[in-house]
Design a protein around this ligand. Structure first.
Ligand code: MTE
Ligand code: MO
Length: 191
């Protein structure tokens, strides 16, 4: 009698564990083999708007380099080898970015970040070495990233599309607050 109860209990626990695994799988966009990631990005200049799919973004001229971020509480993200499209290239779809313009980056959780023309030119960013000591900034490119270390960016890391403060060489850490996760809208504000 007791042995039977223990067996039943064991089966019950197994079923619970199995269903819990099913429920805690990936949230957000998922990728089946050979299937495109389903995510739309709206690029706008306030008057004209274009909606790009994930594969259309990957078809644009790619930027490759490095990204490494630190959060406000000192957690480091990366270093990553990064592949994406530079914001400058992306904005060519809606008439380009010019001096005096700004660009607003939005995400579905309500997070919003603005880069001005100085930052679009790669200037004015605070940069750190590996010990989080501030150091002079190398050349910087603002990038809409879709790959970290050769793989699609997971939801928990801000994928499928995340802003990266990119550098041509590894070894520079930048502030994580501007690394907008889950980007779904990029809009130029004309100056
Ligand atoms: N969409 C979105 N992106 C975001 C944030 C956010 O809340 N929402 N937080 C920013 C901040 S303040 C930091 S430090 C980095 C890392 O945040 P995390 O540690 O919460 O992942 O993501 C940035 N990108
Ligand atoms: Mo942060």
């Amino acid at each position: 009698m007791k042995a039977r109860f223990v067996r039943l209990l064991a089966v019950f626990i197994l079923v619970c564990v199995a269903s819990a695994c099913g429920c805690t799988g990936t949230t957000g966009p998922t990728k089946a083999a050979g299937e495109d990631i389903s995510w739309n990005l709206t690029v706008s200049d306030g008057t004209q708007e274009e909606v790009l799919s994930f594969s259309e973004i990957k078809a644009l001229p790619a930027w490759e380099g490095y990204g490494h971020a630190v959060s406000t509480v000192g957690i480091k993200y990366g270093p990553y080898r990064v592949r994406g499209v530079s914001l400058a290239t992306l904005l060519d779809r809606v008439g380009g970015f010019e001096e005096g313009d700004r660009v607003g980056i939005s995400a579905p959780d309500g997070y919003y970040w603005v880069f001005d023309d100085e930052q679009m030119a790669g200037k004015g960013f605070v940069t750190f070495d590996q010990d989080l000591k501030e150091k002079p900034s190398p050349a910087i490119t603002l990038v809409l990233a879709y790959e970290f270390n050769g793989a699609a960016i997971p939801d928990e890391d801000g994928g499928p599309l995340r802003i990266v403060i990119g550098t041509d060489e590894p070894g520079t850490i930048t502030e994580g607050s501007s690394w907008v996760k889950w980007v779904d809208r990029v809009e130029v504000k004309r100056g």
